[in-house]
Design a protein around this ligand. Structure first.
Ligand SMILES: NCc1[nH]cc(CCC(=O)O)c1CC(=O)O
Length: 305
């Protein structure tokens, strides 16, 4: 093995840096030398506008993709749920790291409000908003954008009852407050809690290095979830949740599409053997599309575009 230094591109938020450092440490444990190159991404800049109104699916990944294609970095580390299902030409998935906690958490200022008619919850995610309103139809959901640290600060500065975060993100940067409620009924985003490392298809050195980091079980699960997402949405950011998990030698899948106001929920749940994994995401999405999902997706796309 040569000691060629692997240039790791990362966004510059605390969570992104933690994830990139994790990949650096793992590569070093296999004898590779690395250097971190933080890149400012557009996802952190436009804080007033909801993501979906910016109409860009790859908002978090665009800057790193450009750096990768230009050869300024060798590999890029992403939260996999932020990565569009279609990678740019020439860019390949080189490793999916073992998945962390997949759940969403409500960070709150006292849980009493859950029994009340009126309450205000903050989130910038259509998926979380729709699921919250589905369960608590009389509550109000306000938009909350920014990286994890920014959102936590905004929650403190406002009189909202709570805000929703991915457990994985809070745990990684040691920011999980005591007043957290695990939303075990909420279906996570496809690939939530998983990290993806990408590189250029022709970069055999990095592909070989990163193969050491890949976690096959996580890879299988997130591919099912992302195939479900891709089959349903076709390039728009609809309120979609999906989770595949290995349970007793079987794969358990749960996925759902919601209307933006949370009033409609079309859900599918299946248990299959691992040999059936390849078609699972697609089959489940097609079931939802046939079950009213096609009409609902049309309505959602009309509003979001
Ligand atoms: N969209 C932002 C984002 N992308 C990945 C994570 C956390 C890590 C993960 O879920 O994998 C977060 C923060 C959050 O959703 O609260």
């Amino acid at each position: 093995m040569s000691n060629k230094q692997i240039k790791i591109g990362t966004r510059d938020s605390e969570l992104a840096l933690w994830q990139a450092k994790k990949v650096a440490k793992e590569l070093q444990s296999f004898g590779y030398s690395t250097v971190l190159l933080p890149v400012k991404s557009t996802g952190d800049l436009n804080l007033d506008e909801p993501l979906y109104e910016m109409g860009i699916t790859g908002i978090f990944t665009k800057t790193l993709d450009v750096a990768l294609i230009k050869g300024e970095i060798d590999i890029a580390v992403h939260s996999m749920k932020d990565v569009p299902t279609h990678l740019p030409k020439g860019v390949v998935e080189a490793a999916v790291l073992p998945r962390a906690d997949v759940s969403d958490l409500l960070i709150h200022k006292g849980e009493d409000f859950l029994n009340q008619e009126q309450a205000t919850i903050a989130t910038g995610s259509l998926r979380r908003k729709a699921q919250w309103l589905n369960k608590y139809p009389s509550h109000q959901v306000v938009n909350l954008r920014g990286n994890v640290n920014t959102r936590m600060q905004k929650l403190q500065d406002n009189n909202w009852n709570g805000a929703i975060f991915a457990a994985a993100g809070l745990e990684r940067i040691n920011l999980k407050p005591e007043n957290n409620l695990v939303l075990d009924w909420m279906i996570p985003a496809p690939a939530q809690g998983a990290m993806l490392v990408v590189c250029m298809e022709n970069n055999d050195y990095c592909k070989a290095a990163l193969a050491n980091l890949n976690h096959a079980e996580t890879e299988t699960c997130v591919h099912i979830e992302r195939e479900f997402l891709q089959t349903l949405e076709g390039g728009c950011t609809a309120p979609i949740g999906a989770l595949a998990e290995f349970k007793d030698e079987k794969i358990h899948f749960k996925g759902a599409l919601f209307s933006l106001d949370g009033k409609q929920k079309i859900e599918v749940e299946k248990m299959v053997t691992p040999t059936e994994a390849a078609q699972l995401g697609k089959n489940c999405a097609n079931e939802i599309l046939a079950n009213g999902g096609k009409k609902l997706m049309k309505e959602i796309k009309k509003v979001l575009k």
